[in-house]
Design a protein around this ligand. Structure first.
Ligand code: SF4
Ligand code: SF4
Length: 183
């Protein structure tokens, strides 16, 4: 029988109406994840991207989600205020069909980690820097299965990354990230 345990689920609520497209969230995120931390601020490395349509004042922040090896077979079209958006515009996945949410140097997938750090931040950096209050950080408790399943998921993810990029590249990247966390 599987054991249940409590887990804190973190989320960021996005109020698209309040987003003014300033892109401070992208800058803050990329600076936080730079090596060493805060040494550069290249929005191309951010784990959040603001999809924008300046002529219609439409700005939609999108967070980097899971890496996926397969492209979608079917896609969605969005029309907002009469403007039709690219089929993949609001997708959170890092996937082979586009360059979004990929580390520009290595091509490794980027994923929002909620600014994981030690000691933990009170709020993720993008939320702190969103002066328009378009981003709101929330935490809630949920019951989940014991950790063994999460570890299995992680192993499956790691194996697919090793298949795609090779073990040496993954080890280099993990070492670099571990060093930046210590900095
Ligand atoms: S910092 Fe806030 S207002 Fe600025 S682009 Fe990001 S979500 Fe939008
Ligand atoms: S929560 Fe942190 S990692 Fe995620 S997009 Fe915001 S700044 Fe980047």
């Amino acid at each position: 029988m599987s054991e249940k345990k409590k887990k804190v689920v973190k989320s960021i609520k996005i109020d698209v109406e309040k987003c003014n497209g300033c892109r401070a969230c992208e800058v803050a995120c990329s600076a936080f994840h730079a090596t060493p931390k805060y040494s550069t601020n290249n929005p191309g490395r951010a784990r959040i991207q603001v999809i924008h349509e300046p002529l219609k004042d439409i700005y939609v922040p999108v967070y980097a989600g899971e890496y996926t090896e397969a492209e979608c077979a079917g896609r969605d079209k969005y029309v907002i205020d009469g403007k039709e958006y690219d089929e993949c515009a609001f997708c959170r996945a890092s996937c082979p069909s586009r360059d979004l949410f990929k580390e520009p140097d290595s091509g490794l997938p980027l994923k929002c980690d909620m600014c994981e750090s030690d000691p933990p931040l009170e709020e993720p950096l993008c939320v702190q820097w969103c002066l328009a209050d378009a981003l709101t950080y929330e935490e809630r408790e949920e019951e989940v299965e014991e950790e063994s399943e999460e570890v299995e998921d992680m192993e499956v993810g790691l194996e697919s990354l090793i298949d795609k990029y090779g073990l040496d590249k993954i080890v280099d990247t993990v070492t670099r990230i571990a060093e930046s966390k210590k900095a």
